[in-house]
Design a protein around this ligand. Sequence first.
Ligand code: UDP
Ligand code: MN
Length: 332
Amino acid sequence: MRYQRKTIQLLLFLLFLWTFQRMYHFSTKKVQRIYQCWSVNTQTEELKLSDWFFPNAINRSNVTTSWAAPVVWHGTYDEVVLENYYASHKITVGLTVFAVGRYVDRYLHTFINSADKYFMVGQKVIIYVLIDDFSKVPWVDLAPLRMLKIFEIKQEKRWQDISMMRMKTISEHVADHIQYEVDFLFCMDVDQIFVQKYGLETLGESVGQLHAHWYKTSPTELPYERSQLSEAYIPIGKGDFYYHAAVFGGTPVQVLNIARECFRGIMNDKKNNIEAVWHDESHLNKYFFLHKPTKILSPEYCWDQSGPNSIKNGTFKLYWAFKNYDFLRQSV
Ligand code: UDP
Ligand code: MN
């Protein structure tokens, strides 16, 4: 009798264990499935322009282009929405910068140091430094998630060629490795300083920068290349904006297109013994005239404090450093 009770107890206990296990199994699977559905939903949901961009939030006209691209001004974007989105869509952003001859000592440290503080805060960043003298790379204590990659390049004799040949070097590096390392890429002049957060609102497929001197000028007056002999030729009356070559960007594939096409134009001009009025910048303007950028940055993203125009204090994110051309453009 005692033996039978023990057996029944044991059987009941086993039944309990089996039921518990089944229930537990069922519930963890269910929880897992609910979690998966939720995460797939949040992972695949596209960020729409209207989620973060508010052109009517500021008192300005033309905050959207005729081809419906946003012109990002301070006050038009919601950085919290963007930060939440990219928290579950991890990205790496690249930044190329060239420093050759006297520009190395004069600007490179300040550029990298300020980019470290303000460029894409909280995101993974790779700064690609292209320099003519490896031994002159400044020491900068970088914040977490930031990395420098240094490449040595040869110095061209003329400053115009230093500036123009960047298009060739950029296209080679994007094709070789950058395209596998970053999701978005910016290419910038070294003679500038970040002073405020330069963030996720600037990312896009192809990004053009409004030139601080020319954003109020009508297209007929813009300093485009006007000779039909040049690849950079834009007829009078045509053109949308005057873009500054000190900042451009996009996805690696788009940057590759931009750099390759500009370099092709530059080399064709050389063959035909012509040089566009503003060198690589003229070719960049031709490119963006033919292939409209998907995002445009206001002059606050590359501001000239001593230029002809003025904007509200404290709205600019990057500004031109002082230039003493006579000194800087002498070969060392
Ligand atoms: N640059 C350089 N050394 C030179 C000339 C140009 O490193 O001797 C690079 C540097 O990154 C610079 C960019 O090319 O910012 C474009 O030249 P620059 O800034 O002089 O052109 P600007 O802004 O005056 O049009
Ligand atoms: Mn410059």
